[in-house]
Design a protein around this ligand. Sequence first.
Ligand code: COI
Length: 367
Amino acid sequence: PYPSFQARDLTTTHTMHYITKPPCDPKIMTFGAFHTDHLLEIDWSEKMGWSRPQIVPFKSFSIHPFSACLHYAIECFEGAKAYRGPNNSIRTFRLNCNMYRMKQSAKRLSLPDFDGAELERCIEQLLKVDRDWIPDRQGFSCYIRPTLMATEEALGVRASSRAKLFVALCPVGPYFPSGLKPVRVFCNISTIRSAPGGVGGYKVAGNYAPTVLPLKEVQKIGFHQNLWMLPDGLVQEMGVCNLFFFWKNKQGERELVTPILDGTILPGILRDSILELTRSMGKFKVIEKKLYIQEVVEAIEDGRMIEMFGSGTAVSIQPIEAIGFNDKIYEVQYDSKLNAGELSHELFDILTKIQTGGEEHKWIKSI
Ligand code: COI
């Protein structure tokens, strides 16, 4: 019902490179602290459909105080990354999957539909314009943040008749200032992130705001993130990541286990990549299933847990060293030289090679 904008109509207004680029230092180039010189902007209205896509000098928006996104979180977003390749090339990683997911999130919020391939082309153009901002140091990348928000200027709770899609870029280092260092996670039994029938399986803004206070609270007691689960112990996610457990089952066979996508869990693109990579290794069973915290702590107590880690675009692979559950702390040894377990380290290396190595790969588009 909504004819999409087209990348061939894209216009670009260049700016002078007036912002000094930050050094690739993890303490300075923290996640989301810097933006590049330009952004992509496309407006939509029920009456007029999509406007011409525009790349414009980075700017703040002036928005009406009644805009629906401000009050009811009618907003969805994506997180993707681009990397430096050989010969000044730019490599995007599975950006088509982000486009697909964003379309699903937009639909769930009654935001306008668009052609994902056209948005991907516009983003590629934006990356080319801001090419010099893409760090070429390992562990660093250019984070891509497409956002679609309801801008109807009325306080009624309903589908918005106006929307704004924008894409901003930021050069980023590791998500956690500690870098690839294992984190301690706390099983939050009093707050849930996402319930059956809710929107946990979509990347919508409203999923994130309620996690901020519980994050502050666990940080006060010495943990880095919450492990989200349902009151019956069904394990879902950790902080802003999907979760993986690498253990020996009771028969002594090695298994990599992750919670199955049941609608309450974000269908992570890195999650999907890890499943495909580990299945193709063929070294152990790879299982998506309903997973309960009791199974996790039992595997730790029995000494069967080999590794635990989270995955996400922003964090990449995040090893976990300890889980706080029911007043107890369950710790898993990791290789202190690698700062990770062997599998998480290997996956991190494989992914880094795919993303920043010079080779062609089906998940990489080189532009
Ligand atoms: C990502 O991993 O890209 C995310 O969107 C997490 C973010 C909310 C920091």
